[in-house]
Ligand binder design. Structure first.
Ligand code: NAX
Ligand code: K
Length: 556
């Protein structure tokens, strides 16, 4: 598992490293700048070809007369903080490779923080710094056709308020990002490389601050973002993945400072993957050793969703899976399933009776259950007289409590998992959703991590908040994110029934004895892996069928 950092956590790590005396801010900035240059040439190796080191040449070397039309050019936009400082380092390093480099500064050089100031001065030995204004980049790519790279070093983790003041510059970066790598009308556009965070995006939430409509039309965007030490939360949340392009992580040599005192384990956020958890089965295990999952089905013509969940639970390794079906739907379900068993469950009393069997060790309620049936069966499933059985609540089992979410929360116990999508989340946690969806006016803005943690605390159980970034949180603050972005982008997962399969995956893992948090994290990760394995054309039925191949790849 890798960690995803907030701005405050990153600052604390840097601070601890500097206070240890092992390094300095200037040294870290040098490593950061070098990391950005390395990442650029790794991403576009052709840009490194033919570079002729000129070393730290004196200032005249950068004068306009010494810049030939054939030289590769970079334009570096530096901001008022240390992100800008990184930009000055990148400018110097590209210059030393023989590039023509033009540097703009947004802000007052006198007010640059000390490390950035050092690098500003070092750059002044080599070239000029021009003031960045709203129209500074108008026609730039057309007038400077050999511009290969634009460096966005305006704001990083320190963005604290909306960045609207350079709309023209942001529009240009937006346009270049879209057009880069393509030639049109004899013009080639530079690749946009963001240092740490795309300027305008809040590092903790991934939201463009102060933006309420489609930011991809006019805000700054990048083809490549180089993050330091670890990825930041913004790289997987909200607008961040699309705005950031690709992510490269640059090691600043800070690994041993991760355990600084103010980083409590439950304040940390990880990317969820199953590396810690064993999915393997062992030779001497019989089917009862892998648990028995019960999945409740809706009535006639509403049984497909529960059947998808059941198939998911069985494929992920539950020893036995039973569908609890109302009498009128028995024939329909029986005609469709083979290895999955059936039990008539019509009323809450039927469910209570079935749950007397303690071998049924995981439960799933929700997929197409019907709101009335859901409301009655949820209460029976959570009856205080029964053991706190691991239970997944999805779909109708969540929506059934839209008028009184507290009635559900009062019944839930620590072995439950709620799996809302955005709409269901807003029904159960309207105040939290409102805060999450409000236009952010300052940073750090309220994030999906904040919202899911708060919801888990209120519900008293694990909440898995679905989306391209699925956030999973426990009431004690543990949190992870399953990101279906970048090389794990799985847009075909947004298909009818996909959530039912996920609920089944979680239920199956609960039956196998995984803890609620482990089950939710592992299921979410495998769900994406299955989609990637199948590729385009995926429908929900295909998802469980990919598990054998995914398991094989994992060596399960
Ligand atoms: N020595 C260090 O501290 C290191 C810092 N690093 C870089 O430093 C960055 C963080 O630096 P900072 O904390 O200085 O933050 P930033 O450089 O992101 O910017 C902070 C500055 O911008 C101002 N500001 C915030 N929002 C604004 C807005 N909308 N309009 C105008 N001004 C605004 C703030 O008042 C502050 O002056 C990281 O993202 C990383 O790039 C790296 O170089 C590694 C070493
Ligand atoms: K930036």
């Amino acid at each position: 598992m890798t960690e995803l950092l907030t701005a405050a956590q990153m600052r604390a790590i840097e601070q601890a490293a500097i206070e240890s005396g092992e390094t300095t801010g200037v040294e870290l900035m040098e490593r950061a700048g070098q990391g950005v240059v390395d990442a650029i040439f790794e991403e576009w190796p052709e840009l490194a070809e033919g570079d002729q080191e000129r070393g730290a040449a004196p200032r005249p070397a950068a004068s306009p007369r010494s810049i030939s039309a054939k030289m590769k050019r970079a334009v570096v936009l530096c901001g008022p903080g240390n992100n800008g400082g990184d930009g000055f380092v990148v400018a110097r390093l590209l210059f030393q490779r023989g590039w023509a480099v033009e540097v703009f500064l947004y802000g007052n050089a006198e007010k640059l923080p000390s490390d950035a100031r050092v690098n500003f001065e070092r750059w002044l030995e080599l070239g000029e710094v021009r003031a960045l204004e709203a129209r500074s980049l108008d026609g730039y790519a057309e007038d400077n056709p050999n511009t290969k790279i634009a460096i966005d070093a305006l704001f990083g983790t320190g963005l604290s308020r909306p960045f609207h003041s350079l709309a023209g510059v942001q529009m240009e970066l937006n346009y270049w990002e879209a057009c880069s790598g393509r030639e049109g009308h004899g013009i080639s556009f530079p690749y946009v490389v963001a240092i740490d965070v795309v300027s305008g995006i809040c590092s903790d939430s991934g939201k463009y601050l102060g933006v309420d409509d489609n930011p991809y039309d006019y805000c700054a965007m990048a083809n490549l973002t180089v993050s330091f030490h670890e990825r930041k939360l913004c790289h997987v949340l909200h607008h961040g993945p699309r705005g950031s392009g690709q992510i490269s992580v640059c090691d600043l040599g800070l690994k041993r400072f991760v355990r600084v005192p103010n980083l409590q384990p439950n304040d940390r956020v990880f990317s969820s993957d199953p590396s810690f958890y064993s999915l393997s089965k062992f030779g001497d295990q019989n089917k009862f050793g892998s648990g028995h999952a019960l999945i409740l089905s809706g009535g006639p013509v509403q049984t497909g969703a529960a059947r998808l969940s059941a198939r998911g639970a069985l494929r992920i390794g539950a020893g036995l899976v039973t569908l609890g079906v109302p009498l009128a739907a028995q024939q329909e379900v029986a005609a469709q399933v083979t290895a999955i068993m059936l039990k008539p469950i019509e009323t809450p009393d039927d469910l209570t009776a079935v749950l007397q069997d303690s071998r049924i060790n995981a439960l799933c309620l929700g997929p197409a259950l019907g709101l009335n049936r859901a409301r009655r069966l949820v209460a029976a499933a959570l009856d205080a007289g029964l053991e706190a059985r691991p239970t997944v609540f999805d779909a109708d089992a969540l929506s059934a409590f839209a008028d009184e979410p507290s009635a559900l929360f009062e019944m839930l116990h620590e072995n439950c998992v709620l799996t809302p999508h955005g709409g269901e989340f807003a029904r159960l946690f309207p105040d939290i959703a409102e805060k999450l969806n409000a236009v952010p006016t300052k940073g750090p803005a309220y994030s999906k991590v904040d919202a899911t943690r708060k919801a888990a605390k209120r519900a008293g159980c694990v909440v898995l908040f679905k989306g391209a970034a699925t956030v999973i949180a426990a009431p004690d603050g543990r949190c992870s994110i399953n990101s279906a972005h970048y090389e794990r982008s799985a847009p075909w997962l947004a298909t009818a029934g996909s959530g039912d399969v996920l609920a089944g995956f979680i239920t199956g893992l609960l039956a196998r004895g995984f803890s609620p948090m482990q089950a939710a994290e592992t299921a979410a990760w495998l769900h994406v892996e299955c989609a990637l394995k199948f590729g385009p054309g995926l429908i929900a039925e295909d998802i469980p069928e990919q598990l054998p191949a995914v398991f094989k790849d994992l060596g399960v």
